[in-house]
Design a protein around this ligand. Structure first.
Ligand SMILES: Nc1nc2c(ncn2[C@@H]2O[C@H](COP(=O)(O)OP(=O)(O)OP(=O)(O)O)[C@@H](O)[C@H]2O)c(=O)[nH]1
Ligand SMILES: [Mg+2]
Length: 467
């Protein structure tokens, strides 16, 4: 990084912190050594008292007023970024804020990149990385439950957990290092003790990892994915749940080629509902791409609505899908038997219910189109909504510690892998120490991912502008 880089810490950055568009006020934020001089030049004032609101005009280069605004000065290090920060609360709209920014750029400021104020706060020790991520997620949060979890993370709950795990690992490392220095092997009682400590730690991390993986949707928004072989009725179900003919349906297998994603309200919570291309072996190049996307959606789903045609025998395509579903461990699966209006009780599918997944839960029979039998003549999606609501409410009743991003979940997974490797090396202390050190690095990356500056740039760039 050179000092010419726009995000070099020596530069004074400026950005609009409020959403772009028409609104009562617009907040322009300036952070860095020149924040105060630039704001004084803009307002033609001699000084600003820290933490006091000052009503002042802002002027252009020809001394014409641009706007009347409220100025706030936060003196370093008592500011969000840890640097001098000035906030100019001008009137809203698109023009005034941009004009002030242009004038400040002429006076030496540099445009902030997305997330750069928070990145500076992190680099200046005002926040650790978990807290910075919590802020990013809070801004994008769509539910009050997610807010509660993220506020706890912002207050340092996850950071404390990381510090505690780190301390336990360092204690384990100390035993090993002392033994390397003196005896090169562990006494059997020490070896037993370390093994027990590692096992307890592993359990704690594994529980956190599993809980968080299953509840990722609480923070990131739940994604419900409709999966099944071609022609099983996926798009018809999507349309029925949305109460709108969003997707094309037809009796030709392979009608849906791409992902169709729509928002849906379930019990007052907005979720994403995804229709996919039917999974089967296909020689059609475009259909193959669609099927690949179906697999990707399966990986990212929190809930899978797995469809099987109750009017026909189970096929090899169904079995492939059942095997895929059995192998995945993240999403909650709801099994639905479609076309119940034309299925008979003696349907071959019901006799073929030997797959463990089909035996593990009672599938719900549905009919997404107007059918022949009276009882299914009108599909009532309420049954599915009720099941979805029940699942979502179990997710929200959880109030334990939670990892709130894929990055944090990945860190804990790496820590678990290192613990597993360390436990196999209790007789080879150099290697044991190596894996414990790896584990410390993995877990500490949640709060201090210092070793990857490019990754930091990428992660902060996902923040919104002006934050
Ligand atoms: N009788 C009856 N027909 C249905 C039902 N659901 C869907 N169908 C019919 O089954 C055919 C396939 O429905 P789609 O919803 O297009 O199936 P799909 O799974 O999206 O198919 P692909 O997009 O090809 O993967 C259409 O002719 C629908 O009208 C149902 O519950 N009962
Ligand atoms: Mg379809």
């Amino acid at each position: 990084m050179t000092s010419n880089d726009s995000n070099h810490p020596s530069k004074t950055i400026i950005g609009i912190s409020t959403p772009v568009g028409t609104g009562a006020i617009c907040i322009v934020r300036i952070s860095g050594k020149q924040a105060l001089p630039i704001t004084l030049s803009l307002s033609k004032r001699d000084f600003l008292k820290p933490r006091y609101a000052t009503l002042s005009f802002i002027y252009d280069e020809a001394n014409r007023p641009i706007d009347e605004a409220i100025l706030l000065y936060f003196k370093a290090p008592h500011s969000y970024s840890g640097e001098d920060i000035c906030e100019i609360q001008c009137h809203g709209g698109v023009l005034i804020g941009k004009t002030i920014i242009q004038r400040a750029l002429d006076l030496g400021a540099t445009l902030a990149r997305p997330g750069e104020f928070t990145k500076r706060a992190f680099l200046n020790g005002k926040l650790d990385f978990a807290q910075a991520q919590a802020i990013c997620a809070l801004i994008n949060s769509q539910s009050t439950h997610a807010n509660e979890i993220l506020l706890r993370q912002l207050r340092g709950e996850l950071s404390e957990f990381v510090a505690q795990v780190r301390a336990e690992l360092i204690e384990i490392l100390a035993y090993s290092e002392v033994s390397i220095d003196y005896s090169e092997e562990l006494e059997s009682s020490t070896s037993m003790l370390l093994s027990q400590k590692l096992l307890a730690l592993r359990h704690k991390l594994a529980v956190l990892h599993e809980d968080s993986k299953h509840r990722q949707g609480v923070i990131e928004g739940f994604r419900i994915c409709i999966i099944g072989k071609p022609n099983v009725g996926k798009s018809s179900l999507l349309n029925a749940l949305l109460a709108s003919p969003r997707a094309i349906t037809s009796s030709i297998p392979g009608t849906t080629r791409d992902i169709i994603e729509e928002s849906l309200s379930v019990g007052g919570q907005i979720v994403r509902l995804v229709d996919t291309a039917g999974i089967r072996d296909s020689y059609d190049e475009i259909e193959q791409i669609g099927i690949q996307r179906s697999y990707l959606m399966l990986d990212s789903a929190n809930i899978i609505l797995a469809l099987f045609d109750s009017s026909a025998p189970l096929t090899s395509e169904d079995r492939t899908i059942l095997d895929i579903l059995s192998a995945q461990r993240k999403a909650h699966i709801l099994l639905l038997l479609t076309k119940a209006d034309i299925s008979r009780d003696s349907s071959p599918l019901l006799e073929d219910f030997s797959h463990p997944l089909l035996l593990s839960q009672k599938p719900l029979k549905i009919s997404a189109t107007h059918g022949k039998q009276e009882e299914f003549s009108e599909f009532n999606p309420q049954q599915i909504f009720t099941l979805l609501e029940e699942f979502l409410s179990t997710q929200h009743s959880f109030d334990g510690l939670m990892l709130t991003s894929s990055f944090q979940i990945g860190c804990v997974k790496r820590a678990l892998d290192s613990i597993d490797l360390a436990r196999t090396k209790l007789e080879e202390l150099e290697l044991f120490s190596f894996h414990i050190n790896e584990c410390i690095n993995a877990i500490c990356a949640i709060t201090e991912p210092f070793e990857h500056s490019q990754m930091l740039d990428k992660m902060f760039s996902e923040f919104c502008l002006g934050k």
